[in-house]
Design a protein around this ligand. Structure first.
Ligand code: ADP
Ligand code: ASP
Ligand code: MG
Length: 412
């Protein structure tokens, strides 16, 4: 009997009616002849509400306590779904991440899955249960509850599908699949039928929150294909899998926007060997993730070094850099978070020249100033002022003919 893992996001379990719809779909899938594992997110808004509660009672809540608190959101929704299945005449049981055998490292609030012991789930499936697992959580070797980072129920589902050797993994969400750009930003964005892990990884890393990046990384590493689709319709969605040669025919698969960026510039840095290490060593030691780095051509004996980080890290970075600035004799630091990143992604870029030129020309014609540029083999990303990002995304999406109304995909 085929085994299927179905993950439902926050909006999909956001109200009692929607929970009953999810219960119905899980039950129908079982009645079609499948063994079924459901993975639930917390009801929409609950994780944010719990985070706010924590910050209302403590300026810097402990990450261990945060995990205990946040994990309750997913435990509530999975118990509710199991109850609703029971009410519809089905046989279901809910399990916390720990009870489902999900073992993680000790990094509270951003734990990595170390191992999954699927025995209990397999036994329950053998007894004809629909097994409903609380997403986003596991336990560490000390038996402490951990969570897997925002959007982490995607990771729970992919990892369970891998560990159970599932025949299919479906990620049900509130849009019809992965689009050429966030459909809430670009109304005529097109649904993508098929996307490679690498492309989705770059899109997610570029800010497309439709899938958690770490979940896509896991899917790639362990070859777990999955489908992103709507929980509100029966339409087929987007299949993410290993790339195939014909995928390269499309030059640009999609465009991503990330508004949560900040740009830091250290001005008047002495232009000599070893300085970059002195700047970025302490930043790395503080676990701050740096995205783009640009060093200007030096004028005289000094240069400017700019980089981007997550906007939440701006004060931490400023604090660290202030003492480095004095040590190395730089003149001053500029840090601001009114910037955003725009990325164009596609594995076809490997074999087609001209993507960067078209991208930059299109922004230039729109009068949009590019502050930083970075590239990978299948991505070109720029940082622009936050006030320009919507227009920049619209122009870029149009320029590469990504709209569902456009006659064909981009021809360079
Ligand atoms: P869930 O709660 O189901 O996990 P999320 O809110 O995490 O859902 O992700 C779905 C949202 O991702 C969509 O509502 C959409 O606004 C956003 N999104 C951003 N970029 C894209 C994209 N390229 N394709 C589809 N959705 C996207
Ligand atoms: N509830 C968690 C979050 O909002 C995890 C998830 O929904 O995947 O980030
Ligand atoms: Mg999500």
């Amino acid at each position: 009997m085929p085994l299927i893992v179905q993950k439902y996001g926050g909006t999909s379990v956001g109200t009692p009616d929607r929970i009953r719809l999810v219960a119905q779909r899980l039950l129908e899938t079982q009645r079609e002849g499948c063994r079924v594992v459901g993975v639930m997110s917390a009801m929409a808004g609950i994780t944010d509400d719990l985070l706010k509660l924590a910050r209302d009672v403590a300026a810097q809540p402990s990450s261990r306590e945060l995990d205990l608190l946040l994990a309750t959101g997913e435990q509530a929704s999975s118990a509710l779904v199991a109850m609703a299945i029971g009410d519809l005449g089905g046989r279901a049981i809910s399990l916390s991440g720990a009870a489902a055998g999900i073992l993680t490292d000790r990094a509270h609030t951003r734990a990595k899955i170390a191992n999954i012991s699927p025995r209990r789930i397999q036994n329950l499936l053998g007894d004809d249960y629909i097994v409903v697992v609380a997403g986003f959580q596991g336990q560490n070797a000390d038996g402490e509850i951990t969570t897997l980072g925002r959007g982490g129920s995607d990771l729970s589902a992919i990892a369970l599908a891998g560990a159970l050797n599932a025949d299919a993994c479906q990620i049900f969400t509130d849009v019809d699949g992965v689009f050429t750009c966030d459909p809430r930003l670009i109304r005529d964005a097109r649904k993508i039928d098929e996307i490679s892990y690498d492309e989705l990884l770059e899109m997610a890393g570029g800010g497309a929150k439709v899938m958690q990046s770490r979940a896509v990384e896991f899917a790639k590493k362990f070859s777990v294909p999955f489908e992103v689709r709507s929980s509100f319709s029966g339409a087929s969605g987007t299949v993410a899998r290993e790339e195939t040669p014909h995928m390269e025919e499309v030059v640009v698969r999609g465009v991503s926007v990330d508004r949560k960026q900040a740009k830091v510039t250290i001005c008047g840095v002495p232009d000599k060997a070893g300085i970059a290490g002195q700047i970025f060593g302490p930043i790395a030691a503080a676990n701050l993730i740096v995205d783009m780095i640009v060093q200007n051509v030096s004028s005289g004996d000094t240069t400017d070094v700019s980089f981007t980080i997550h906007e939440n890290d701006i004060e931490h970075a400023r604090h660290i850099l202030e003492s480095i600035r004095r040590e190395i004799g730089a003149s001053h630091i500029n840090a601001r978070n009114q910037v955003a990143k725009l990325s164009v992604v596609g594995i076809g870029m490997r074999s087609h020249a001209g993507v960067a030129a078209r991208f930059f020309e299109c922004l230039g014609h729109g009068g949009i100033n590019i502050e930083l540029i970075s590239t990978s083999e299948i991505k070109i990303a720029v940082v622009v002022a936050e006030e320009d990002i919507d227009e920049a995304a619209r122009l870029t999406h149009e320029s590469f003919n990504l709209s569902r109304l456009a006659p064909q995909a981009a021809v360079i």
